[in-house]
Ligand binder design. Structure first.
Ligand code: X5A
Ligand code: ZN
Length: 624
C-alpha cells in the first residue's frame, strides 16, 4: 500500500482579492491560505509531507463540468478594469472577480487534479490541496459563493475518466451546501455526494429547497445524494460525529468507494462568522480518521471555505496531522447530540431507507398511530405520532362486509368503525406498535374490533372499558377479559373470571388510581397474558385524564406494548395525554399523589378476595 501524504500549495493563489466594498464577499481573503500554510510550517507538518507542485487545469478538464461559454466569460475577466469586473461579478450570487482570478481558478483545478494523480498513481496514500478560489458552489454556467470552477466536481469526473473509477465518495464538510456538486452528480450513481450544511429551514444561504434531506438524487442517482440540513446554529463535535456514525459512515461502508474527495471547508468549525457552529479543530482530525478507513485510505482533501483565520488554520493542521497518521487528539465536549441534530439525522435516514440496506431495518418504526375525528387537532399530538388517513368509503365497506353484511347499510355505524379499524389493522399487521382512534360509537366499534382480532388469529384480548358502556360479548371462552371501570355498581351483571366490574371514583385533580392499577388491574392483566390490550374510553367516565394516562403507561408492559385506545369523546387533552403515554416522548403528568378513599380501598380489597384464586398474581399474603 502507498504511504505518504501530499501537500499541494502555491502562494500564487493568494494573488487575487476583493477590490471594492462588498460585505458579503469580504471574508474571502488571501490570508486564508497564508495563515493556514504558516500554521502547517509552525507545527513542522509541511516538511513531513510530500510536496507536489501545482499546475493549471486545462480547458478540457474545466469543461468536464463547465460550459465553454462560461469558461470564456471567466477567461475574459483577466483583462478587465475594476468597473467591468464589478459588473461581471454582479451577474452571480456572492462572487467577486479580480484580474488574477482566472489564473488562480485554473491553478485551483490543477492543484486538485495533481492531488488526485498523486493518490491514484500510488505516489502517496492521501493528501491535501490548499486552494483558492474554492469550488463547491460553482455550476456549469455560473460562478457562485466565492467559487469559480468546481475543483472537486472536476476531480471526480477526471478520476472516473482517467482511472475508470466506478465509485467515488465526495464528503462536503463545509458549512454551506455544495449545491454545485449536487447538480453535477444528481443523476449519477457512481458519485455519492454527502453534505451537511447550515440550513435553518431554508433561511440560510444559498436558501435552496433542494438542500433539504429529501433531495436524495434523481433517476439512476436516487440514494446517492445525502443532505444533512442543520436547522440550528451551534452544532458541535457530538452532532458532527453523530451525523458520521448514523448517516455518512454506514452508507459509505455499504457504498465501498474507490476514492474519497473531501470538500474540506472549515467554516463549519468554531468561531467562523458564516457557520456559527461549535466544532473544535480536533473534530476534523476525527472526521478525517474515519474517512481514512475507506477506499484503501485513498483520500484527497481540497480546501473550500473557512473564514476565521485561527480556527481555519488549526483545523487544516488537524486534518494534515491525521492524514500523516499521528495519534488522534482527545475530542472535547459532552458527547450528546442536540435534539435538532437528532431530528435532522432521523430525517435523512428515513429519506434514504429505501436505498441503503444499512438503514432499512434500523430506522425506528412509527410507534403510535392516531386516527382522530377532528384533523384540526392533529398538530397538537407529539410529532412522533403518525396521523392516519381515513380509509375511503369503498375500502371500508369491503372491509366490513367481510364479516357483517348488515352493517354496511348503516352509514353512521360504518363511519364510527372507520377510525378504529384503520388503526387496529396497522397494529395487527405490526406497522405500528400502538394506536389511538376516536369513534362516535365506541361500543359498536369495539365489538367489531374484537371480532376482527379473533379473525386475525389472536388468542386473548384484554379489554378495559372506562365509563358506561354495554358490550354484547360472549365472555365464556376466555378469549376476552373484560374489565369495566365505572362509577356506579353494575347490578345486572355479576363478576366472573372474565368479566370484572371495578367501581371507582377518582379525584379530578389528584391521582389515587395507582392503588387500583398496581393492586388489582396489573396483577390480573399479567396473569391473563393478553396478545393485545384495548382500552375503551366511553361516556360518564369516572377516571380523569391522569388516571387514564397512568393506566395506558403501565399496561405497555403487556402484549409487546400493542395497545389500542378507543376514545368516544373528542377531548383533545385526553387524546394528547394518551398519545404522549403511548409514544413515550415524555412521561405524562399523573397528577399529585392522593391516598385512596375508604370506599376505593374497600372495593379493591373486595375484588382481590373475590378473584385471587382465579388470578394468582393478585396474591401478596400467605394467609389468604
Ligand atoms: C466556499 C464558501 C460561502 C459563500 C457565502 C455567501 N462560500 N454568503 O464557503
Ligand atoms: Zn462554506
Amino acid at each position: 500500500m502507498a504511504s505518504g501524504t501530499a501537500l499541494i500549495y502555491d502562494d500564487e493563489m493568494t494573488s487575487y482579492k476583493l477590490l471594492w466594498d462588498d460585505p458579503e464577499c469580504d471574508i474571502e481573503v488571501p490570508e486564508r491560505l497564508l495563515s493556514s500554510y504558516e500554521q502547517l510550517k509552525h507545527y513542522h507538518l509541511v516538511e513531513r509531507c510530500i510536496h507536489v507542485p501545482v499546475r493549471e487545469g486545462t480547458e478540457e478538464e474545466i469543461m468536464l463540468v463547465h460550459s465553454s461559454e462560461y469558461l470564456e466569460v471567466v477567461k475574459s475577466t483577466q483583462t478587465m478594469n475594476e468597473e467591468e469586473l464589478q459588473r461581471v461579478s454582479e451577474n452571480y450570487d456572492a462572487v467577486y472577480f479580480h484580474p488574477n482570478t482566472y489564473r488562480c481558478a485554473k491553478l485551483a483545478v490543477g492543484a486538485t487534479l495533481q492531488l488526485v494523480d498523486s493518490v491514484m498513481s500510488g505516489k502517496v496514500r492521501n493528501g491535501m490541496a490548499l486552494v483558492r478560489p474554492p469550488g463547491h458552489h460553482s455550476q456549469r454556467n455560473a460562478a457562485n459563493g466565492f467559487c469559480v470552477f468546481n475543483n472537486v466536481a472536476i476531480a471526480a469526473q477526471y478520476a472516473k475518466r482517467r482511472y475508470g473509477l466506478q465509485r467515488i465518495l465526495i464528503v462536503d464538510w463545509d458549512v454551506h451546501h455544495g449545491q454545485g456538486i449536487q447538480y453535477v452528480f444528481e443523476e449519477d450513481p457512481s458519485v455519492l455526494y454527502y453534505s451537511w450544511h447550515r440550513y435553518e429551514h431554508q433561511q440560510f444561504w444559498p436558501l435552496l429547497r433542494e438542500s433539504d434531506y429529501d433531495a436524495v438524487g434523481q433517476g439512476k442517482g436516487k440514494g446517492f445524494n445525502l443532505n444533512v440540513p442543520w436547522n440550528k446554529v451551534g452544532m458541535g463535535n457530538s452532532d458532527y460525529l453523530a451525523a458520521f456514525f448514523h448517516v455518512l459512515l454506514p452508507v459509505a461502508f455499504e457504498f465501498v468507494p474507490e476514492l474519497i474527495l473531501v470538500s474540506s471547508g472549515y467554516d463549519s468549525g468554531i468561531g467562523d462568522p458564516e457557520g456559527q457552529m461549535n466544532a473544535t479543530p480536533e473534530c476534523f482530525a476525527h472526521l478525517t480518521h474515519f474517512l481514512m478507513q475507506l477506499a484503501n485510505g485513498r483520500l484527497c482533501a481540497v480546501l473550500e471555505g473557512g473564514y476565521h483565520l485561527k480556527s481555519l488554520s488549526e483545523s487544516v493542521c488537524m486534518t494534515v496531522k491525521t492524514l500523516l497518521r499521528d495519534p488522534l487528539p482527545q475530542i472535547s465536549g459532552e458527547m450528546a447530540p442536540c435534539l435538532s441534530a437528532i431530528e435532522s439525522i432521523q430525517n435523512v435516514r428515513g429519506a434514504h431507507k429505501p436505498y441503503w440496506k444499512c438503514l432499512m431495518y434500523e430506522v425506528p418504526p412509527v410507534k403510535t398511530a392516531a386516527a382522530i375525528v377532528s384533523k384540526a387537532d392533529a398538530h397538537l399530538l407529539p410529532v412522533s405520532v403518525q396521523v392516519e388517513m381515513e380509509m375511503n368509503a369503498q375500502e371500508l365497506k369491503t372491509f366490513v362486509s367481510a364479516f357483517d353484511a348488515e352493517l354496511v347499510k348503516e352509514e353512521k355505524a360504518l363511519l364510527s368503525l372507520q377510525n378504529v379499524l384503520a388503526v387496529l389493522d396497522k397494529i395487527l399487521k405490526k406497522k405500528v406498535c400502538s394506536g389511538i382512534a376516536e369513534s362516535s360509537v365506541a361500543s359498536v366499534s369495539t365489538t367489531f374490533a374484537l371480532k376482527h382480532c379473533f379473525d386475525f388469529g389472536l388468542q386473548r384480548v384484554l379489554c378495559i372499558v372506562v365509563g358506561d358502556m354495554d358490550l354484547e360479548l360472549d365472555l365464556d371462552d376466555g378469549k376476552i377479559l373484560l374489565m369495566n371501570i365505572c362509577q356506579k355498581q353494575q347490578t345486572e351483571k355479576t363478576n366472573s373470571k372474565y368479566y370484572i366490574s371495578l367501581n371507582w371514583k377518582e379525584d379530578a385533580e389528584r391521582n389515587n388510581f395507582f392503588c387500583a392499577v398496581l393492586g388489582f388491574i396489573l396483577p390480573v392483566a399479567y396473569s391473563y397474558q393478553p396478545d393485545l390490550v384495548i382500552i375503551v374510553i366511553g361516556p360518564n367516565r369516572s377516571l380523569g385524564v391522569n388516571g387514564i394516562s397512568l393506566l395506558t403507561c403501565l399496561l405497555q408492559g403487556l402484549a409487546e406494548s400493542q395497545i389500542l385506545v378507543v376514545i368516544q369523546d373528542t377531548e383533545i387533552k385526553l387524546v394528547q395525554s394518551v398519545a404522549k403515554a403511548l409514544s413515550g416522548v415524555s412521561t405524562p403528568d399523573f397528577g399529585a399523589y392522593a391516598p385512596a378513599s375508604q370506599e376505593n380501598v374497600l372495593e379493591i380489597k373486595r375484588l382481590r378476595d373475590q378473584l385471587q384464586q382465579e388470578w394468582k398474581m393478585l396474591r401478596c399474603s400467605v394467609r389468604d
